[in-house]
Design a protein around this ligand. Structure first.
Ligand code: ATP
Length: 289
């Protein structure tokens, strides 16, 4: 095999809770993660030596700072790969959006190099490498519906959530994850998201149970600073979303719709009202069998 194509899928958080602040400054979280169909495309090609990265994105780094490049480096070093690799990265997932764009590209490189160089690594071994690149990388390797705990790296695979159409919108603002966590007043939160209830609802394939528990504890912090998030949620819900929520630390908002037609219609309204937002109609993505 001389080259391989990989699709790197984005995620949304159906639920996100922060349990406590750890001494090392990280936060212990409990999140229900869901893969959506929106994806970047990567082509990995064997070369004589080194690591080269080419991307069509003006926002993601085009050098060794790109997580896809870092993933290739760690694989090359750890598994003593003699040859080189060229990574052609077509970005479609909005950058710095709360959709794990960089982590999913890294995960795709780990999986792609495993196949390209016939390394024979298990999913667990790839996750062990992935966690060195970022807490979300193991989840991006596994995909589907999962409970993520610890700093996001402790995964419990859940049954696939019921099929859902999804509208995602990223407003043209950059949100610092650091700012959001620093401004989260954990002691003042009276009601935490019901993550255990969400997990049970997923296990029971109970869509209304999932929708009624969709909550993100970081949303209050981000919404307070960026009213555009509230505006997008309102537009989604006024235009048929069963529920709209911010993903991760934002600023992407996603809405759950009953049909792709409804989601398309809402996407039109949203693009009229917020012309600079990056808007996509997608759906929950099934795991490859
Ligand atoms: P998460 O949901 O995991 O917090 P995110 O979706 O908020 O991630 P990314 O799109 O991964 O954020 O971008 C975060 C930062 O990572 C950006 O500032 C970007 O410069 C850098 N980055 C490195 N590699 C990539 C990549 N392959 N794609 C996008 N951003 C990347």
């Amino acid at each position: 095999m001389e080259s391989i194509m990989m699709e790197a899928y984005a995620k949304v958080n159906l639920g996100l809770d922060v349990v406590r602040r750890l001494e090392n400054g990280y936060h212990e979280v409990r999140m229900v993660m869901q893969t959506v169909g929106l994806h970047d495309t990567l082509r990995l090609e064997k070369t004589k030596e080194g690591i080269a990265l080419f991307t069509d994105s003006s926002e993601a780094p085009g050098d060794e700072h790109n997580l896809a490049h870092k993933a290739a480096r760690i694989m090359k070093e750890r598994y003593d790969i003699a040859g080189g690799v060229a990574i052609h990265l077509q970005k479609r997932i909005p950058v710095a959006a709360g959709m794990a764009g960089g982590s999913t590209d890294a995960a795709a490189v780990l999986k792609g190099m495993n196949a390209l160089f016939a390394l024979g690594l298990s999913e667990q071994e790839l996750c062990d490498v992935g966690v060195c690149l970022g807490a979300d990388v193991p989840y991006c390797i596994i995909g589907g519906t999962a409970l993520a705990e610890g700093i996001g790296e402790k995964l419990t695979v859940l049954p696939e959530a019921p099929d859902c159409c999804v509208l995602t919108a990223k407003p043209p603002i950059s949100v610092s994850t650091k700012y959001v966590y620093e401004n989260l007043r954990l002691s003042e939160i009276e009601m935490h998201p019901d993550i255990d209830g969400m997990v049970s609802a997923v296990r029971e394939h109970n869509l209304s149970g999932i929708l009624s528990r969709m909550e993100n504890v970081l949303e209050h912090v981000t919404e307070k600073k960026y009213p555009v998030i509230t505006r997008i949620k309102c537009i989604m819900e006024e235009n048929g979303a069963k529920k709209a929520l911010m993903s991760g630390s934002g600023p992407t908002v996603f809405g759950i719709y009953g049909s792709s037609k409804e989601a398309e219609k809402a996407a039109e309204k949203l693009s009229e009202a917020e012309p600079d937002a990056q808007v996509f109609v997608t759906a929950f993505q099934r795991k490859e069998q």
